[in-house]
Design a protein around this ligand. Structure first.
Ligand code: NI
Length: 137
């Protein structure tokens, strides 16, 4: 079993807030991330897949194919978008790093079904100091 990681990047705007909370409570919980006028991040997404090396091709999955799947199903939908309002798979979600990485997992896992690769780990870097890792459970 070999583990392969592909990095992709996207830039997005968002705001952390819970619609059921008052503005005051949102600021209390999320601080400046609750700014109603949005703020942005340069995100990095590390997608780690696992699989057996095909003896004929020498690879688990063609990295170009993997990149295409990630770009079509995730990056194209997030890049230069507002995560709170423009992304189908993030509707009605508090777009924290945690919730975003879990939503990305769901989409990618389904997209990879027809390939020989299985999703092993996602790492979503929001800032130099803050990132999340997710293994699907
Ligand atoms: Ni933020």
């Amino acid at each position: 079993m070999v583990y392969l990681t592909r990095r992709e990047r996207f830039n997005s705007a968002h705001r952390l807030y819970n619609v059921n909370y008052s503005d005051e409570k949102n600021f209390e919980i999320y601080g400046k991330c609750a700014n109603p006028n949005w703020h942005g991040h340069n995100y990095e997404l590390f997608v780690t897949i696992k699989g057996n090396v095909d003896p004929e091709t020498g690879v688990v999955i063609n990295l170009k194919e993997l990149s295409k799947i990630i770009n079509t199903s995730i990056i194209d939908k997030l890049d230069h978008k507002n995560l709170n309002i423009e992304v189908d798979f993030l509707q009605n979600t508090i777009v924290s790093t945690e919730n975003t990485i879990k939503a990305i997992w769901k989409v990618l896992e389904a997209e990879l079904k027809d390939t020989k690769a299985r999703l092993h780990k996602l790492k979503l870097v929001e800032t130099e100091n803050n990132f999340a890792e997710y293994y699907g459970e």
